[in-house]
Structure formats: structure tokens, C-alpha cells
Design a protein around this ligand. Structure first.
Ligand code: UTP
Length: 294
């Protein structure tokens, strides 16, 4: 196994069709929908930046070009803001801009599944462990989810996935892991089951959108075997890699908003709106007015 104990690169698979957000996603990638005033993808990239990621790899598809523009400098806009002395707005843009040369965009060409999207980043990753962050899961926590995972990675040097607990009656909707011995914030994974039959899940821990993987995963992804839903699944490749390498389930401490679903997206807007000092009072009053007395 690779001995590197640093994770420098992260993959953001943004090539999905986002059908749950049609008609908006006909023209706007779901990752660019805003939670308050920032696109969802910005929250995910910020989590990666906090964890020390240096290279941001976006696996994109058709109609996703605006993501590339978003992470570029808006020269004309900045020049106009400068002439108008809009320093606060300029600072927002400056803070958001990644370092030149720290982003790479590659195309998946066809949405064949999450596993296939990750495989498309193989040459950009090369032979080092890397992170994957699903760009529709906003993880809100004091210490970022990926930072929490990197502690487990530095301790073990193995593969790490973030898990959360679900009510037992909902386990059949998720990718579930069976767990063995405990080590700090993590458990060794004994099995992975994608959407187990009702009542047959080995635990209530579901995989929640963050992965630290060894480069050997590409060997299994390159087999391009189709799994659930006729898609090339990341979970299937991880199951194969589990026969050779250890996987740890890190119990994520924090909140999660699945912005790929309408309820999760709306909840994220409410939660982040209420936590903004400049918006909180007015927003709370509006919500109370809308909800009204019972
Ligand atoms: P989802 O299935 O949640 O996203 O995939 P989706 O397909 O875009 O959304 P719906 O279900 O049609 O509304 C999880 C993540 O994997 C990416 C998606 O962009 C999303 O971030 N993905 C999925 C790819 O990049 N390529 C794929 O072929 C499939």
C-alpha cells in the first residue's frame, strides 16, 4: 500500500444530470444552485480547503461549463467593482478564488455512474491517496468532515469513509457498512451492502458522501462493471478493494444537508439563512409570518 500520509488532491464528481431539480437543471447545474448567496459547490470546496486540499479536480459533463467559469477570475466584474470602490464585494470574490493552477476540469462524457466519474480522474490523481467529496452533500460542523476523516487517515493510512446513523427502518435506502473493532472516532469496516433488504442491514451506519481512497481503487473501477441501476458504482469497487485493504468508517460529528433532494436543499437554505448574523432577525420574522399560528 502507498505510504503517503498526506491527502493533496480531491475529486468532485459534478457530472450527474440532477433530474430531481428539473426544470432548473436544464440550464443550471445543481451544484450551482445557491444556499443563501453561495453555490452549493462552494461549501464543498471550502470544506476541502479547510482540510488542506491543494488540488481540486472536477469531473464535469455537458452544461457544466459554468462551474469552470465560477472558479475563474471575473476580470471585467472585478475591474468594475474596483472603479466603484466596492471593497467588501471584492474581498468576497478574492476569498472564493482558488489559487491559479490548483483546479483541473475533466469531462465524464456520459453519466455512467459515480464509479465511472471517479475513474475519469485516474490520470490526474496518479499514484497517491485522494479524497472524494460528493458535491451535493453539505456537511456543517465545527471541524469539517474531511478534516475529521484525515485524522483517521493519518492514524491508520488506510481507506476511510464517513458514516452517519440512520433510523433502522430506513437502512434499506442507503449504502450500509458492517463494523468491527473500534479505533478512536472510527470502526473497522467488515462489510458493505448497497441498499440491504428491509430488516437485513448489518448496522445503521450509512456512507454519507465523503471518501479517502487509496489509488488501487482505480484497478477495480477500470473493470467498468455495471451494478445497481445499471451504473458503474463506487461501492462495488470499494467492496473489491476491501478484500485487499482495510477500510475504516469514521463516525462524522456534525449536520448533513443532502441538497440533491428538494427537502435537503430547502432545509440548507433555512439553516444557513438563520445562522447569518446579517439575515437572521429578518429571515426569522419572515419564517414565523409564513408558518403562522397553528
Ligand atoms: P446522484 O445520483 O445523487 O446525482 O449522484 P444526480 O444523478 O446528478 O441527481 P438526480 O438523482 O438525477 O437528481 C451523486 C453524485 O455523483 C455525481 C453527481 O453529480 C452527484 O454529485 N455523478 C453521478 C457523476 O458525476 N456522474 C454520474 O454518472 C453519476
Amino acid at each position: 500500500m502507498n505510504e503517503t500520509k498526506t491527502i493533496r488532491k480531491a475529486v468532485f464528481p459534478v457530472a450527474g444530470l440532477g433530474t430531481r431539480f428539473l426544470p432548473a437543471t436544464k440550464a443550471v447545474p445543481k451544484e450551482m444552485l445557491t444556499v443563501v448567496d453561495k453555490p452549493v459547490i462552494q461549501y464543498i470546496v471550502d470544506e476541502a480547503r479547510e482540510a488542506g486540499i491543494e488540488h481540486f479536480i472536477f469531473v464535469t459533463g455537458r452544461n457544466k461549463g459554468v462551474i469552470e467559469d465560477y472558479f475563474d477570475m471575473a476580470y471585467e466584474l472585478e475591474a468594475t467593482l474596483k472603479t466603484r470602490n466596492k471593497t467588501a464585494e471584492l474581498e468576497i470574490l478574492d476569498d472564493q478564488l482558488p489559487l491559479a493552477g490548483s483546479t483541473t476540469f475533466t469531462r465524464q462524457q456520459a453519466p455512467l455512474g459515480l464509479g465511472h466519474a471517479i475513474w475519469c480522474a485516474r490520470d490526474i490523481i496518479g499514484d497517491e491517496p485522494f479524497a472524494v467529496l460528493l458535491p451535493d452533500m453539505i456537511m456543517r460542523s465545527k471541524k469539517g468532515c474531511l478534516s475529521q476523516m484525515l485524522e483517521v487517515f493519518r492514524d491508520t493510512g488506510d481507506n476511510v469513509v464517513a458514516v452517519e446513523e440512520c433510523p433502522p427502518e430506513l437502512a434499506h435506502q442507503y449504502g450500509i457498512v458492517g463494523v468491527g473493532k473500534e479505533r478512536g472516532q472510527a470502526f473497522e469496516i467488515t462489510e458493505m451492502v448497497e441498499k440491504p433488504p428491509k430488516g437485513k442491514a448489518p448496522s445503521n451506519f450509512f456512507i454519507s458522501g465523503r471518501y479517502v481512497l487509496q489509488p488501487e481503487i482505480f484497478r477495480f473501477l477500470s473493470m467498468q462493471e455495471k451494478g445497481a441501476g445499471g451504473e458503474i458504482q463506487l461501492t462495488d469497487a470499494m467492496k473489491k478493494l476491501m478484500a485487499r485493504q482495510k477500510f475504516w468508517a469514521m463516525k462524522y460529528v456534525g449536520e448533513t444537508f443532502d441538497t440533491g433532494s428538494k427537502i435537503g436543499f430547502l432545509a440548507a437554505n433555512v439553516a444557513y439563512g438563520l445562522s447569518r448574523p446579517d439575515l437572521e432577525a429578518g429571515f426569522r420574522a419572515e419564517i414565523e409570518r409564513l408558518i403562522g399560528p397553528k
